[in-house]
Design a binder for this molecule. Structure first.
Ligand code: ARG
Ligand code: ZN
Length: 416
């Protein structure tokens, strides 16, 4: 059966609902190295025939392609690539094993015995742990923290934004918005967003980061998808809305925002991973998020959205290789932030140029409503583990990332 790209997916979806969980037993991640644009196009051409799923898309012909290969296609694809003299390496030899390894929970009681919540950064967590953690902070630090439900997901889960402000009149100073969990399978994203919250709220030495700015943090924009990756299909990306024209479910929330919606790199096919939705902001998640941000648009000076993977700091625009007039200022700040990273090196540059054109992204939209600094960060790794980043990497990724916020906060305090 096919995994996620075309309508064959309907079969696996039904199988998933009957048997519980989608298995990735025997699925492999191959890093394929095209020698030319022709090779790259060739892989794209045989994608459907071999039921391949591309995990990264790069514009440049010689960039390696991360391709998920189902068991039944492996022998055939191996010969096909040999025939065309295209080399590859098997990066993940059994995706299901990688998925199972990701679920191992380190013993929390010994490592975090004083914690008042069931949240840590040595294991991945279900939505309930994340929401209980935010609720706990809201109750425990009422002067500093305010938790707001900004809407409800398609499957009726609450959508939460947490504000951190030590101002006597919160909401009147420059602010930074950070979100995560747009794409369900990118588990490191909510992990980093919640780590940022924990550090800003509970670590006194970080109080200086909130001296002049307010923070709005939404760790899980797509809670339905996130839960679905925990219960049913680890590799789910989209929302979980039902289509009126197809049995395939879900919209890519990062193709659903209302700036240049429907342009390049956004599919009209509900069965595709990059389905743009029936209209801009068709999803309750993107609608609620954009409405909240719009309401605070004169306060918010920096929009940061956390995705994975690839280790990129992406500067708008992403809908095409188009540069805003203040691009150099945006680039300079991204470079300054990325220069704080020690353990993981990020590539910084224009989104459509470094990756691919993709319209309807939240970063472009944020820029379009007048938020000066707008970025998408693709968190680690660069493909050795991809979405199945092991739990042992969570804390290192979080700790490496956090110092960049100082650069952002300092700039935003006086920028605009
Ligand atoms: N990996 C992200 C995605 O595909 C990158 C988005 C970059 N921004 C953009 N507007 N294309 O959603
Ligand atoms: Zn993503």
């Amino acid at each position: 059966f096919a995994i996620a790209l075309n309508c064959v997916f309907v079969t696996s979806q039904i199988a998933a609902e009957e048997n519980g969980v989608v298995s990735y037993e025997g699925f492999q991640l191959w890093k394929i190295k095209p020698n030319s644009e022709g090779d790259r196009q060739f892989i794209l051409d045989i994608k459907d025939e071999y039921e391949l799923e591309l995990w990264n898309e790069r514009r440049l012909a010689r960039d390696p392609m991360d391709v998920l290969v189902p068991p039944q296609s492996q022998t055939g694809l191996k010969f096909k690539l040999a025939e065309h003299k295209i080399s590859y390496v098997v990066v993940i030899s059994n995706l299901q094993t990688a998925i199972d390894n990701q679920k191992t929970n380190v013993n929390r009681t010994t490592s975090n015995s004083k914690a008042a919540y069931n949240m840590d950064w040595i294991s991945y967590h279900r939505l309930i742990d994340i929401y209980n953690f935010m609720t706990y902070l809201n109750t425990t630090y009422p002067k500093l923290v305010q938790l707001t439900q900004i809407g409800t997901s398609y499957e009726k889960r609450p959508l939460y934004v947490l504000r951190i402000s030590n101002s006597s009149s919160p909401g009147t100073r420059p602010a930074i918005w950070i979100d995560g969990g747009f794409h369900a399978r990118e588990w490191i994203s909510p992990a980093v967003a919640t780590y940022i919250i924990q550090q800003l709220v509970e670590v006194p030495a970080n109080a200086k980061l909130s001296a002049n700015v307010d923070w709005y943090i939404m760790p899980v924009v797509n809670p339905d998808g996130y839960e679905y990756t925990h219960t049913t299909n680890r590799m789910w990306r989209k929302t979980r809305s039902v289509s009126s024209t197809s049995t395939c479910r879900g919209v890519d929330p990062n193709r659903n925002f209302g700036y240049m919606w429907g342009g390049m790199g956004a599919s009209t096919n509900p069965c595709d991973e990059t389905y743009r939705g029936p209209k801009a902001f068709s999803e309750p998640e993107t609608l609620a998020t954009s409405n909240f941000i719009t309401g605070k648009s004169s306060q918010i000076k920096l929009y940061l959205t956390l995705h994975s993977y690839g280790q990129y700091a992406l500067v708008p625009y992403g809908y095409d290789v188009v540069y805003p007039s203040d691009y150099n200022e945006l680039l300079a700040l991204a470079n300054a932030a990325a220069s704080k990273f020690v353990k993981y090196r990020y590539t910084v540059g224009n989104s459509a140029d470094l990756l691919y054109a993709a319209a309807g992204g939240s970063d472009d939209w944020a820029k379009s409503i007048g938020i000066k600094y707008s970025y998408t960060f693709e968190l680690p790794d660069t493909g050795a583990n991809g979405f199945t980043l092991p739990p042992s990497a969570i804390l290192p990724v979080c700790q490496d990332f956090f110092p960049a916020l100082d650069v952002f906060a300092t700039k935003v305090a006086t920028c605009c």
